[in-house]
Design a protein around this ligand. Structure first.
Ligand code: ARG
Length: 266
């Protein structure tokens, strides 16, 4: 009997030690929840691959937001269409990919508060006769499939217009322009302008058309009803308010952002 009590006491102490060890490792401060973030890393300067690493404005921004919200993030390149599949199926926590907040998308997904102002723009070879969106009439236009750039040219020239060539990613659309297969590309202004600046040998220029292209705002894309939205919104606002956003913006665009227009939207 005495022996039995002694053994069971030792066992009890052992069990308690194991339990308390488990407890500390779970609650022990530094452990952060890791989030899976998906992107289409073919949209410089927002997200692109450099020596096998995904980099860009969106990457720096999401890292700052995650840090502020107390999460770890792992950004994975999955491509544009798969982003929406992953978020719908909830196999990723959220997506960042210069994604415009549109009423259509809001029917099927949630978005964070807006974090970036953008509008569509036209990329053409220097000296092109295309000087406005109207001049695209009857011309061959390349767009990335499923983007707002595609939507705006379909609205102008018809959904089934065979002059509108749709590509899986924007780099392929630009390549088609380089190869002379189309007369123009329509995509987000920062992407078009960065391309012109970084590829002077291609002899391209950009054409703005404020009368045709509306202001758009990017948001982080979440599954509907995601519990993360509150944390991310708070962190986005904080990163904008505390100057981190302006720092990242200046790093990638060399100018100050207009944060008032973002705050007006929040
Ligand atoms: N802003 C546009 C849209 O939401 C284009 C975004 C494309 N992004 C990308 N990573 N390819 O439709």
């Amino acid at each position: 009997m005495k022996k039995f009590t002694f053994v069971s006491t030792i066992m009890m102490i052992g069990l308690l030690l194991i339990l308390s060890a488990c407890g500390t490792s779970k609650t022990g401060g530094s452990e952060k929840k890791s989030l899976k973030v998906v992107t289409d890393a073919a949209y410089a300067p927002f997200e692109y691959q450099d020596k096998g690493k995904i980099v860009g404005f969106d990457v720096d921004f999401v890292n700052a937001v995650a840090k502020e919200a107390g999460y770890d993030v792992k950004i994975e390149h999955v491509g544009w269409d798969p982003i929406f599949v992953e978020i719908e199926k909830k196999t990723a926590d959220f997506a960042v990919s210069a994604i415009t907040i549109t009423p259509d998308r809001e029917d099927s997904y949630d978005f964070s508060v807006p974090y970036f102002l953008s509008k569509n723009e036209i990329l053409v070879p220097k000296g092109s006769t295309i000087k406005s969106a109207k001049d695209l009439e009857g011309k061959k236009i390349a767009v990335q499939n499923g983007t707002t750039g595609m939507e705006v040219v379909e609205k102008l020239f018809g959904k089934n217009n065979e002059n509108i060539k749709k590509f899986e990613n924007n780099n392929l659309a630009i390549l088609e322009l380089k190869n002379g297969g189309v007369d123009a590309v329509v995509a987000d202004n920062s992407v078009v302008e960065t391309y012109v600046k970084n590829n002077p040998k291609d002899n391209f220029e950009f054409i703005e058309d404020d009368g045709t292209f509306d202001n758009e705002f990017y948001g982080l894309l979440l599954p509907t009803g995601s519990k993360l939205k509150g944390d991310l919104d708070k962190a986005v606002k904080e990163v904008i308010d505390n100057g981190t956003y302006a720092k990242i913006y200046k790093k990638w665009f060399d100018v100050e952002p207009d944060t008032d227009i973002l705050k007006d939207q929040q």
